[in-house]
Write a protein that binds this ligand. Structure first.
Ligand code: ADP
Length: 160
């Protein structure tokens, strides 16, 4: 039987418990999940792409059917290259819907064979975003309830 492979793209700057919640749910449903960091040079960032990839790898160590990668350019081209027809995204709240709806519709227009599927995180992570983590980090606040311990350490190192 054909393996069901899905790609979960995002900035992951940095990875949060919300992302990890979505990854757990998707990894239960697909045979293989590729978590891929989108390289977006214009966007302001906290961590460089290789650091984001490394932090994801540490967070996902031991998850046999999940791999970590990065990509540049159009997501649909990357998906084709990886031979997957499924894009995974997370929906936190209605506020995510408009943006996600637009991206999914555009991707479907560009590549009709590709489906976008959405997962909802557990309620306590519905308010959580990487940008909130970056804002709290900027003001030297405590992010230990929002990101894994190795990410907390990496943020502390940045602030020195
Ligand atoms: P952000 O910077 O907004 O956290 P990313 O680009 O890293 O976002 O997000 C990648 C995907 O993960 C998006 O579909 C986003 O909606 C989803 N996501 C991010 N945080 C969460 C969360 N706390 N719960 C569910 N989905 C999330």
């Amino acid at each position: 039987m054909k393996k069901r492979v899905a790609v979960y793209p995002g900035s992951f700057d940095p990875v949060t418990f919300g992302h990890l919640d979505i990854i757990d749910r998707a990894a239960k449903i697909f045979d293989h999940l590729i978590v891929s960091v989108f390289v977006h040079s214009a966007k302001r960032h906290l961590f460089e792409v290789p650091e984001r990839v490394a932090m994801l790898k540490t967070a996902l160590k031991g998850k046999k059917n999940v791999s970590v990668d990065c990509f540049e350019g159009l997501l649909v081209d990357y998906a084709k290259k990886k031979k997957t027809e499924v894009i995974v995204r997370g929906l936190r709240a209605i506020s995510d819907l408009e943006y996600e709806f637009q991206i999914a519709a555009v991707n479907r227009t560009l590549s009709p064979g590709i489906e976008t599927v959405f997962f909802m995180p557990r309620q306590r992570y519905t308010y959580l975003s990487s940008s909130i983590v970056r804002d709290i980090a900027h003001f030297k606040g405590d992010v230990s309830k929002l990101v894994p311990p190795h990410v907390v350490k990496a943020i502390k190192r940045l602030k020195k």
